[in-house]
Design a protein around this ligand. Structure first.
Ligand code: AMP
Length: 249
């Protein structure tokens, strides 16, 4: 069973992002970039399935700038067998990524795609769902447990107020939630080994996909600054402030 894992290069989760002065987007000049954390969980899950003898090959795919090669190498250091870069300078929106991934699926014929539930930069939470729709495959999103048995995936999903367990036939798309697993740290020998693993590069045109953006970002703004807190002397003063200043009571 081949597993395809889409991995996105995003601003590292520890970075405090700054909005560009003209409000057109987030400033990513000289900012540390890393693999989207949900994608690390996806790679880890795929590698665990390979280690358990369920999967035979794990292929990481990244779409974007040439620098996404680093993200693919990071996936290979966790244990992915090879990487595919779909290289473009065009700003990719989820539908374009889903179409590229569909074209890669047509070529690679994976049995399972494990994607992140969302990319922490744009918080779109769309790509996995769009890929499943384009491929006409079942999908199970926000997985906190994944079991493959009898040609099916049993997926436990985190939903409001509890857990839901689905059984879906394969091939399918599963997206990861935070509690699915805790990704391992890549060891130095594995980082070195990853440098030698195969990495193929395509352009969107090679895959017959038009990636022209369809959405226009009108404005990006910082959240309003929070004003400083205030210490109150007693409960009576607190209630008075909530009633007459904050006007929330
Ligand atoms: P999103 O729909 O943008 O929130 O992304 C959801 C998931 O789709 C991510 O966690 C990745 O697994 C995958 N994905 C999104 N964008 C890309 C990309 N440019 N390259 C590879 N995978 C991506």
């Amino acid at each position: 069973m081949k597993i395809l894992v889409p991995v996105k290069r995003v601003v590292d989760y520890n970075v405090k992002v700054r909005v560009k002065a003209d409000g057109t987007g987030v400033d990513i000049a000289n900012v540390k970039m890393s693999m989207n954390p949900f994608d690390e969980i996806a790679v880890e899950e795929a590698v665990r399935l390979k280690e358990a003898g369920v999967a035979t090959e794990v292929v990481a795919v990244s779409c974007g700038l040439g620098a996404c090669q680093e993200t693919l190498r990071a996936a290979m250091a966790i244990g992915a067998d090879r990487g595919i870069l779909v290289e473009t300078d065009v700003e990719l929106q989820p539908l374009a990524v889903a179409k590229l991934l569909k074209a890669v699926c047509d070529k690679e014929q994976p049995t399972l795609v494990i994607a992140g539930k969302q990319a922490i930069d744009d918080d779109a939470n769309q790509t996995g769902q769009m890929l499943a729709a384009l491929a006409a495959w079942p999908q199970a999103t926000f997985a906190s447990k994944l079991v493959i048995a009898d040609g099916k995936a049993q997926v436990t999903r985190e939903i409001d107020g509890g857990l839901e367990t689905l059984s879906i036939s394969l091939p399918a798309v599963v997206t990861t939630d935070l509690r699915l697993n805790e990704p391992r740290y890549a060891t130095l020998p594995n980082i070195m080994k990853a440098k030698k693993k195969p990495l193929d590069t395509y352009k969107p045109a090679d895959l017959g996909v038009d990636v022209t953006p369809r959405l226009t970002t009108l404005k990006v703004a910082e959240p309003p600054k929070r004003s400083a807190g205030e210490l109150v002397a007693d409960i009576a003063q607190l209630v008075d402030k909530l009633k007459n200043v904050a006007k929330v009571l």
